[in-house]
Design a protein around this ligand. Structure first.
Ligand SMILES: *Cc1c(COP(=O)(O)O)cnc(C)c1O
Length: 373
C-alpha cells in the first residue's frame, strides 16, 4: 500500500517546542500566560488593522462569543451562508436563535449579495430584522466584501466574518479577518496553521476584546469573592496551545505560499482536461488556497475520482454539504438559487497541505490524469 496522503495535515516548523518548553520551565500551565499574550500580539500585528484579538479554545467558541456580544438571543434570527462547515451555524442555535440560510454565487462560492438582500427584505416583511450576518471566506477565497458590507450598512445588521479557513487571504490588499464587526479565526488541526485546537476572536476595540475575555473566563465580576452577574464560559486558550501558535505564526506566510503553489501546480498539470474546472481569483481577491477544490462534470465523476484516489490511499473530499441540506437544519428558513447544491454535487477538495512533497503532488496528479486517460 502506498503511504497515506491527507487532505490537510498539521505542519510544525520546529519553533513551537521552544515556546512550550518555556511554558513548562516557568510553570505557566494554565489558560493564561505569556504565550497567550504573545500569540495575540502576533495575530494583531499580522492583521495590521488596529484590531484587538482574544485567543480562545476554538473557532466555534469565538463564533459563539461574537453572537453573545451582538446580543443574539432566544427567538432571534441570524443569517448564515449555507455553503459552509456546520460550526458556522451551530452557535446560532446555542443562543436559542434561528439560522436563516443564504445560498452562494458562482465567482467565489460564497454568500450571494443579491440573495442576501432578498432574504433581509423578506425577513423584515415577516416582522423580524436579522440580528447578524455570518459570512464565510470558504476554502480561503474571500467573499464579496464590498457588496456584503454595503448591505450590512444599509440595513444596520452587523457582520460576523468567519475567517476560519482564510488566515493569509486578502481582499483589495487587506487581510481577511479584519472586515467584520467581529471576525473568527481557527487553529484546528486541519487549518493553515494549527495549535492542535484553538481559535481567536478579532474585535474592533480593546473594550470589546475585554468583554470577550471576561465571558470566556467564567464571567467573574471584579470582586474578591466570586460574584457573577452574567453567564460565563470556559473558552480561553491554554498557554501551552498558544505556544504552538507562536511557533506557527513564524511560518504562516510560508504556508500560504506553499498552498498557493499547490494550487498552481494542480492547475498547470490538469487544466488541459476540459471536464476539470478551477476556482479563479476575481480581480483584487487573493486566496490562501487553504484547499484546492475542483469542479467536475457531474456527481458520477466526482465520486469516481474520489474512489480512484482512495484506492491509492489518497484522501479527497466533496465540498461542504450545504447547511440547508442538513437534517438538523431542515426547519430553517432558506433562500436558494441552486449554486451550493450544484457545487456539492460536482466539487472535490484535493490534498492541499503545506507539507506535501513534490513526489506526493506528482503521485496525485498522475493518478488524476490516469483516471481521465
Ligand atoms: C474550522 C471551521 C470552523 C470552526 O473552527 P474550530 O476551531 O474547529 O472550532 C468554523 N467555520 C469554518 C468555515 C471552519 O472551517
Amino acid at each position: 500500500m502506498n503511504s497515506k496522503i491527507w487532505l490537510s495535515s498539521p505542519h510544525m516548523s520546529g519553533h513551537e517546542i521552544g515556546f512550550i518548553n518555556e511554558a513548562f520551565s516557568s510553570n505557566w500551565i494554565a489558560p493564561l500566560g505569556p504565550n497567550v499574550v504573545g500569540f495575540e500580539d502576533d495575530l494583531k500585528s499580522y492583521l495590521n488593522q488596529n484590531k484587538d484579538v482574544a485567543a480562545v479554545s476554538a473557532g466555534t467558541a469565538a463564533l459563539h462569543l461574537a453572537l453573545i456580544l451582538l446580543n443574539v438571543g432566544q427567538g432571534d434570527e441570524v443569517i448564515c451562508q449555507s455553503k459552509t462547515f456546520s460550526a458556522s451555524a451551530n452557535p446560532i442555535v446555542y443562543q436559542g436563535a434561528t439560522p436563516v440560510f443564504v445560498d452562494s454565487e458562482r465567482d467565489t462560492w460564497n454568500m450571494c449579495p443579491i440573495l442576501l438582500e432578498t432574504a433581509i427584505k423578506d425577513r423584515m416583511s415577516k416582522g423580524k430584522t436579522p440580528k447578524a450576518i455570518i459570512a464565510v471566506h470558504l476554502y480561503g477565497m474571500p467573499y464579496k466584501v464590498d457588496e456584503i458590507l454595503a448591505i450590512s450598512k444599509a440595513y444596520h445588521i452587523p457582520i460576523v466574518e468567519d475567517s476560519a479557513e482564510s488566515l493569509g487571504s486578502t481582499y483589495k490588499g487587506r487581510k481577511c479577518g479584519t472586515f467584520g464587526d467581529y471576525a473568527v479565526l481557527s487553529f484546528n488541526g486541519n487549518k493553515i496553521i494549527t495549535t492542535s485546537g484553538g481559535g481567536a476572536l478579532v474585535c474592533a476595540s480593546k473594550d470589546t476584546k475585554d468583554q470577550a475575555v471576561f465571558l470566556a473566563t467564567q464571567a467573574k465580576d471584579p470582586a474578591v469573592a466570586y460574584v457573577h452577574s452574567k453567564i460565563g464560559y470556559n473558552y480561553r486558550m491554554s498557554n501551552i496551545v498558544a505556544g504552538i501558535g507562536r511557533g506557527q505564526m513564524m511560518v504562516l506566510e510560508d504556508h500560504v505560499e506553499k498552498r498557493r503553489k499547490n494550487f498552481q501546480f494542480y492547475k498547470d498539470q490538469l487544466q488541459h482536461i476540459d471536464t476539470i474546472r478551477f476556482l479563479e481569483e476575481p480581480e483584487g481577491f487573493s486566496s490562501n488556497r487553504w484547499l484546492t477544490c475542483v469542479l467536475l462534470k457531474d456527481h458520477g465523476m466526482q465520486e469516481g475520482l474520489r474512489q480512484h484516489l482512495e484506492q491509492d490511499n489518497i484522501e479527497s473530499r466533496p465540498l461542504w454539504k450545504p447547511m440547508h441540506q442538513q437534517p438538523v437544519f431542515k426547519e430553517a428558513p432558506r433562500y436558494l438559487n441552486g449554486v451550493s447544491d450544484d457545487l456539492f454535487e460536482r466539487g472535490l477538495c484535493l490534498p492541499s497541505g503545506s507539507n506535501l512533497t513534490q513526489d506526493d503532488l506528482d503521485r496525485i496528479v498522475s493518478l488524476i490524469i490516469n483516471y481521465f486517460g
